[in-house]
Design a protein around this ligand. Structure first.
Ligand code: G3I
Length: 354
């Protein structure tokens, strides 16, 4: 082989190596550096609460989790710790260990705490599910439970998601032990009791799949309108925003939010995550689409003065409910598994900086 050919071959290999090194670096470039400012700092300038649901196991075992949580968010709510099954596992026993830890964490990092969920059809403990109680006993149990929890955190929990997901996709009332044993008035009773016990707390209703215009959104509207007409203390509504990466209904979300705000209610996005389905383009396309949805939704919230709170369902792909519930992880959050900010994180920063 002539010497000049060997020389050109060596140059070509070197060139290829340099190009591959750059190409390899580019996708992780967005993730490499610590952000210069935090979502929290930007949100505080805009006067909005930016929050995340907290996985208590992660908070107790992974120091980086708490560090990023406190740096990036000024509000938190428990992903699971406040569910009846964990809070009141036996008829004569409450377990406030995790919720007390959460309150302490929030206090030491000047974060607001929101209570989620007080009443839900899911996560009901066995003693209640199979207990043979009369309607009067059920009402008493519900009242005692609300009294115990709300009184314990009175003044510390600023927003209560009092009733969670009481409506089906077709607009009918969701079957629940509360509906079966007490009747639909369990909703009015719960709001009235929480208000009596903590008049300063803002009381919200929380719902999934009511972001788009349609049957379910109409039913939620009617439920809230009915509560207001009956003088039940209700101050706001949370739309969850668990969506897939092919979601494209931001204009409908805005229309819906405006309609709800016209009822005199505050609004919040409560549980946002954007699941990347298999087969949706390549990784870069999926991350960009995910970023766009996070950005558009935050922008929708900022464009409506009554939208006071924007919360994500977790924050790092390391801990997401999607892995156990949807069969695959779906990378739905704004930090990757190594806590590196994803394009969705920067899309939110960009919207908050406008
Ligand atoms: O912690 C136990 C573990 O000890 C046990 O071995 C394991 C066995 O199943 O269960 C673990 O608990 C699970 C818990 O998540 C913590 O991972 C429960 O089974 C599981 O049911 C629970 O799922 C939660 C789900 O609500 C039901 O409560 C999800 O994490 C949580 O993200 C999800 O959150 C809901 C909101 O509250 C309401 N809106 C929809 C949202 C998503 O479904």
């Amino acid at each position: 082989m002539p010497k000049s050919y060997k020389f050109f071959q060596a140059i070509a290999i070197l060139f290829t190596l340099i190009i591959s090194w750059f190409t390899w670096q580019i996708p992780s470039a967005f993730a490499a550096a610590e952000p210069e400012t935090s979502l929290r700092a930007l949100a505080e300038k805009r006067g909005i609460l930016i929050g995340a649901a907290v996985d208590m196991k992660a908070l107790k075992s992974d120091p980086k989790y708490g560090e990023v949580l406190a740096r990036e968010f000024n509000a938190i709510l428990p992903e699971n710790a406040m569910k009846l099954i964990l809070l009141h596992p036996e008829r004569d026993r409450y377990n406030f260990t995790d919720t007390d830890i959460l309150m302490e964490f929030a206090k030491s990092h000047q974060m607001q705490v929101h209570g989620h969920p007080l009443i839900w059809h899911y996560a009901i403990p066995q003693w209640l599910e199979s207990g043979n109680f009369t309607r009067e006993q059920f009402i008493e149990i519900l009242h005692d439970y609300i009294k115990t929890v709300v009184t314990r955190y009175r003044g510390q929990i600023k927003v209560w998601y009092v009733v969670n997901e009481s409506i089906n996709r077709d607009g009918s009332l969701e079957d629940s032990i509360w509906l079966r044993k007490i009747g639909p008035e369990y909703i009015d009773l719960a709001y009235r009791w929480v208000h009596e016990l903590d008049p300063e707390a803002r009381l919200f209703y929380n719902e999934y799949s009511a972001e788009e215009v349609g049957q379910k959104a109409d039913a939620v509207y009617q439920l809230l309108q009915g509560l207001i007409q009956r003088g039940v203390p209700i101050h706001g509504v949370g739309l969850q925003m668990h969506k897939d990466v092919d979601w494209s209904s931001a204009p409908q979300l805005i229309e819906n939010m405006k309609k709800l705000a016209a009822l005199g209610l505050d609004l919040s996005i409560t549980e946002m995550d954007i699941y990347i389905k298999e087969g949706f383009g390549n990784q870069q396309q999926a991350l960009e689409k995910q970023a766009q949805i996070y950005g558009d939704t935050l922008q929708a919230c900022l464009s409506i003065p009554q939208c006071v709170y924007f919360s994500i369902w977790g924050f790092s792909d390391r801990y997401t409910w999607a892995s156990s519930w949807r069969g695959s992880q779906g990378a739905p959050l704004i930090f990757d598994e190594q806590y590196r900010p994803k394009p969705a994180y920067y899309a939110m920063q960009e919207v908050l900086s406008r």
